[in-house]
Design a protein around this ligand. Structure first.
Ligand SMILES: Cc1ncc(COP(=O)(O)O)c(C=O)c1O
Length: 364
């Protein structure tokens, strides 16, 4: 049986998105009875032994999977990725300092807007004019004099662009990896804070994975309300209040699943191959146009259009008739988007590419 949610439906959703079938089956069993305790995972106290084992194991598997060095802390927070737009500057942008933001799309725009409420923000690159169809090379960045951190988004879910390498930075490097977390290895020597909302590659909505260098925690502001303090969340093992216990459990199961698949390098190879099949169908035709520049095409979100919006709509309808769901592009850029996260099957990418070819020859 394929490791997907349903055999016949292919879910190309950008998020919440497809999860591995085996993870969902384990989660279903654990909802009723976690680890032979006779109590379901959602019914256990977050202070009890059963959940403590869940969160400890999730943390340990996360560290193992990500190759995360000991000088980083792993946090499971709430509020989604968007809450991090505020928490990062609240914790890390002191008065009198500047934070640099590399502006590559709608999610960095929101991050910039929130950071500006807290302190001084400098855009070291702005992709507005090119319609966010690419990310900058290091030589295009115009950093401020002494930024306390540089912020970027490594995978721009809406536009289908992906940063091939961490950008040059001074100060700490902060990354929103929401739509590609654990789709490929992460260079920890280059990053200081990495975070991701769970609902694309990691589990159900409601948990945000935050991985932060311990030295940053020591410098983080302490004059904030308790729930907003990174350093306090770390001290309390992400259990300052009741954490999203079910979400953390499922995330832990996803970490185990990726480890079983061979870890991040093998995930990366599979993702490149999967996306490659669809990009090939775009590249070989005069019918489809990709949104992203070739230099930075995402392996997670593949964005393209037919020659006109009517044909986009017709393609969507045909795809649905073939069980291919959620291929509509984000409302801000239109067109089509195929999200092919870790759990998305290679066979699904082949089926989409075949459909693209037959649709183009019937309508071209
Ligand atoms: C790259 C990126 N950052 C942030 C977000 C916002 O996530 P959330 O809804 O968890 O706040 C999204 C959601 O799609 C995203 O794709």
């Amino acid at each position: 049986m394929p490791d997907t949610t349903a055999d016949s439906i292919l879910n190309f959703s950008a998020g919440p998105a497809i999860l591995p079938r085996s993870v969902l089956e384990q989660a279903r069993a654990d909802i009723l009875d976690l680890d032979h305790t006779g109590i379901g995972v959602m019914e256990h106290s977050h202070r009890g032994a059963a959940f403590t084992k869940v969160i400890d194991e999730a943390r340990a598997d996360c560290r193992k999977l990500g190759g995360i060095p000991d000088d980083f802390e792993i946090l499971f927070l709430q509020g989604g990725a968007s809450t991090m737009f505020a928490l990062i500057p609240m914790n890390m942008l002191p008065q009198g300092r500047t934070a640099d933001y590399i502006h590559t799309g709608a999610w960095t725009k929101k991050a910039v807007e929130d950071a500006r409420i807290i302190g001084d923000v400098h855009l070291s690159w702005d992709g507005t004019e090119c319609g966010f169809n690419r990310v900058p090379g290091d030589d295009e960045l115009r950093p401020s004099e002494d930024p306390c951190y540089t912020y970027y988004c490594s995978n721009n879910t809406i536009y289908g662009t992906m940063t091939p390498h961490p950008p040059r930075s001074s100060g700490g490097l902060v990354c929103d990896m929401s739509s590609e977390m654990f789709s490929r290895p992460i260079d920890w020597s280059r990053h200081d804070l990495v975070y991701a909302g769970a609902q694309k590659n990691l589990g159900p909505a409601g948990v945000t994975l935050v991985i932060i260098r311990k030295s940053l925690l020591e410098q983080a502001r302490r004059d904030l309300p308790a729930m907003f303090r990174f350093e306090l969340q770390a001290e309390k093992g992400s259990c300052l209040n009741t954490p999203p216990t079910f979400g953390i459990h499922v995330m832990g199961l996803v970490f185990k699943w990726i480890l079983e698949q061979g870890g991040l390098e093998s995930m990366q190879a599979r993702n490149l191959e999967k996306a490659g099949v669809i990009y090939e169908a775009i590249d070989e035709s005069d019918f489809y146009s990709g949104h992203s520049d070739d230099s930075c095409r995402s392996t997670m979100n593949i964005t393209f259009t037919c020659p006109d919006p009517e044909l986009d709509a017709a393609f969507l309808k045909t795809a649905q008739e073939h069980g291919m769901m959620n291929l509509k592009g984000h409302r801000s850029i239109g067109g089509l988007r195929a999200s092919t996260y870790n759990a998305f099957p290679a066979e699904g990418c082949r089926r989409l590419a075949d459909l693209m070819r037959s649709f183009a020859s019937a309508n071209g």
